[in-house]
Design a protein around this ligand. Structure first.
Ligand SMILES: [Zn+2]
Length: 250
């Protein structure tokens, strides 16, 4: 398919205009104009770019691309190497950050909730760009039991902060580095909150707010959205799609 058609479709599908973000969403590095094969991955690191070039991808779609607000804009060092590899192989790079977190079907929050077996899943509307979701377990579990369920679902043991004996039924979550939204989960009276990373202060917040915090991995919680997006594009447009997981313990 034509690159511009793909860009226009994703602009609409992911509602790019609804988000205030810290990086540009959409085409970040321009490559060839016809796209028959896409590779998806979490982060536009060198290993993903090299693997996509090996696979002869025409475009790479990622959640974490380039050009973050506040970073040094100069194209030097590892950023130069990544961009040079893309440009010299004529490979497009498209990045979708918050719009991919928020999408109601293929988004990181939606796909994480499904994977963890949540019911009554929905975003908490009107707060934090609708990026904090809530849902519930059919049967209440102890924090320790739910941590085991997360381990099974994500293949990675979470960090558990707060009372590990507490019983949990209502759960909030926001994938990635959203540990500070623990306050929102507390305001809405939820029993637990899940994000990817934890800060030093998250320990105290969990204890003082009286809810359990699960740090389930930034990479681990954001692996499913971009893959689901690639699968959606393959189903809809018949383009080849390969998801490449570059493991990351953080
Ligand atoms: Zn992220």
């Amino acid at each position: 398919m034509n690159r511009q058609e793909l860009q226009d479709y994703l602009h609409q599908f992911l509602s790019l205009d609804q988000y205030r973000d810290y990086a540009p969403n959409g085409l970040q590095i321009q490559g060839k104009s016809t796209i028959a094969k896409i590779v998806t991955g979490v982060t536009a690191c060198q290993a993903l770019i090299d693997a996509a070039i090996d696979q002869q991808a025409d475009a790479i779609l990622v959640h974490h691309g380039f050009f973050w607000k506040g970073e040094d804009p100069c194209i030097v060092g590892i950023k130069q190497q990544r961009i040079q590899a893309l440009l010299s192989n004529d490979v497009n790079l498209m990045a979708y950050h918050l719009p991919l977190d928020g999408h109601r079907v293929v988004g990181n929050n939606a796909t994480l909730g499904q994977r963890l077996g949540m019911s009554h899943m929905r975003p908490i509307e009107g707060v934090a760009q609708d990026l904090v979701w809530q849902g519930q377990l059919d049967i209440a579990l102890s924090a320790t039991e739910f941590a085991e369920q997360i381990s099974q679902a994500l293949g990675r043991a979470p960090l558990v902060l707060g009372n590990a004996q507490a019983m949990i039924k209502t759960i909030g979550w926001c994938t990635g580095g959203a540990q500070d939204y623990i306050d929102i989960a507390a305001q809405y009276g939820l029993d637990a909150f899940i994000s990817g990373e934890a800060s030093e202060r998250t320990f105290h917040s969990a204890n003082e707010l009286g809810l359990v915090y699960f740090g389930a991995g930034h990479h681990a919680t954001e692996r499913y959205g971009i893959e689901a997006l690639g699968q959606h594009l393959a189903d809809k447009f018949g383009i080849d799609h390969v998801f490449i997981d570059v493991p990351n313990p953080v």
